[in-house]
Design a protein around this ligand. Structure first.
Ligand SMILES: Nc1nc2c(ncn2[C@@H]2O[C@H](COP(=O)(O)OP(=O)(O)O)[C@@H](O)[C@H]2O)c(=O)[nH]1
Ligand SMILES: [Mg+2]
Length: 462
């Protein structure tokens, strides 16, 4: 029969990365850990008392499988809350396979994805947002994303939810008590106080919802696409941002015939920067058509467009043609207009651009030097709301966001009811709905099928 998360077997998995390395770590957790290890692990220092860290041999009968270091954790003082051992073996997949097979032969089961985290959650070691943050931490693509995920693991986000939940419970208690004891034996809230309380609840929870944008950007990243006519310095700009020569730069127009993608850390934002073939509909070379097709595809997937112009030359029909392409796409993301080559005498002025695009974000820079590059990165991160807010950011994932949004609708309905004096009973029903959503964020009363869904997206060994 297929195992599921409700089984209480002793589970085992490779917890470090797959493949060869100096060390691989096999983790085992559950009631049978010590019994199984007694059968297969023979430590060198037999005389000493039980040590948490032991060196010795893993053997299958007389057959030596590896020399390992074992770290034992006695439940509940372990990640999962159960008895656990972490076996550091030599990092060869053959050895790892042999160890896993031996442990399974002696009674352990191969763990499901995320099953260690599932047990940590079920045993109350971590709430749901904290184990989810482990995933975000491992997936984090920039220093900032990693830092924010770490903050969630230690409870940054769940503290906020718990606080909101507490205020809500408190308010509910007053509201319901005044319904149960209408004679005023207990302190009750005036209409004014009720309105004040509910408005504060709505505002607090809105603040959490608002942080989703930044959080999502930090986790998923954005696409920034560099466009412009040939020879304005698009490839030079990509190279300048990267600090190395990734794209070919020449003074021959049309050198870049394909889109070049690289992942950069733009002030904490994981940004896929894409250098494209210059747009030029007059070219008749087939390779150019192909390149321009890819440019248009890249533009469709862009969150940010960086339109590069050569500021040392007049805006011409080719530039305007690029502008038409941007306009025709009804692009809704951010557009940065880069006036490049400011080391040369400038012909294009900011005003010329503002005539076309009154709200343009104009950055003057020299892609050949480094002048203005840092400013472009700052401004992109600022536009995304990350430059100033990264330090207070929370790792809110799509699941949290959905529940926060549901809870916010219920809170808003309660607010309407309270303001219009529509009845405390109905308001209290809405508040209970909001409360249930907050609890589901933390994993309280979360249905099993939803938990299965969440944990099955984790990787095995986590
Ligand atoms: N003076 C000057 N030349 C630049 C600058 N940026 C790029 N170039 C030159 O412009 C030409 C075209 O650059 P490239 O990056 O290949 O342009 P692309 O076709 O838009 O990718 C090359 O000769 C570059 O050296 C700049 O900031 N100042
Ligand atoms: Mg190029």
């Amino acid at each position: 029969m297929m195992r599921n998360y409700l089984n209480s077997d002793t589970i085992v998995a490779l917890s470090s990365a797959h493949g060869k390395g100096a060390i691989s770590i096999v983790r085992m957790s559950g009631k049978e850990v010590f019994a199984i290890m007694q059968k297969v692990f023979f430590r060198y220092a037999k005389n000493s008392a039980f040590d948490r860290v032991q060196v010795g041999l893993i053997k299958d009968g007389e057959n030596i499988i590896d020399e390992v270091v074992c770290v034992f954790f006695m439940g509940p003082r372990s990640f999962t809350g159960e008895d656990t051992v972490e076996i550091s073996a030599h990092g060869n997949p053959i050895i790892v396979k042999n160890i896993l097979e031996l442990l399974v032969k002696n009674g352990a089961c191969l763990a499901l994805p995320g099953e260690f985290s599932y047990r940590a959650f079920i045993n109350g070691k971590k709430d749901l947002t904290q184990v989810e943050a482990v995933c975000s931490l491992i997936a984090g693509k920039t220093e900032t994303a990693v830092k924010v995920a770490l903050n969630n693991i230690s409870g940054g986000f769940s503290e906020k939810i718990k606080a909101a939940k507490q205020s809500l419970t408190h308010f509910l208690a007053y509201l319901e008590a005044s319904m149960d004891y209408p004679d005023g034996d207990i302190p009750f809230l005036t209409q004014e106080q009720k309105v004040e309380e509910i408005c504060a609840l709505v505002d607090e929870s809105q603040k959490l919802i608002d942080t989703y944008r930044v959080s999502n950007i930090l986790q998923s990243g954005v696409n920034a696409v560099i466009v412009g006519k040939p020879n304005v310095g698009k490839s030079s700009l990509l190279n300048a941002i990267l600090g190395k020569n990734r794209a070919i730069v020449t003074d021959i127009a049309g050198t870049t015939t394909d889109s070049i993608e690289t992942l950069i850390d733009c002030r904490g934002v994981p940004m896929t920067l894409i250098d494209t073939a210059g747009l030029n509909i007059f070219s008749e070379k087939p390779i150019d058509n192909f390149g321009q097709q890819k440019t248009r595809e890249a533009m469709s997937g862009a969150d940010i467009l960086i339109w590069v112009l050569d500021a040392s030359k007049k805006i011409d029909g080719f530039d305007l043609q690029v502008w038409d392409e941007i306009k025709n796409r009804k692009f809704t993301g951010e557009i940065f207009v880069v006036l490049n080559k400011i080391d040369l005498p400038q012909v294009i002025q900011a005003e010329d651009i503002l005539k076309l695009l009154p709200a343009a974000k104009i950055i003057k820079l020299s892609a050949k030097g480094t002048q203005g590059i840092a400013n472009l990165l700052d401004e992109m991160a600022r536009t995304l709301g990350v430059l100033e807010n990264a330090n207070e950011a929370l790792m809110i994932n799509a699941r949290h966001w959905e529940l926060l949004t549901k809870s916010q609708s219920a809170l808003n309905r309660a607010k309407e009811l309270i303001i219009s004096n529509g009845g405390d009973e109905l308001a209290s029903f809405e508040l209970r709905t909001a409360l249930a959503n907050f609890e589901e964020i933390l994993g309280i009363n979360t249905p099993h099928d939803i938990l299965d869904e969440i944990f099955s997206t984790f990787c095995v060994g986590k």
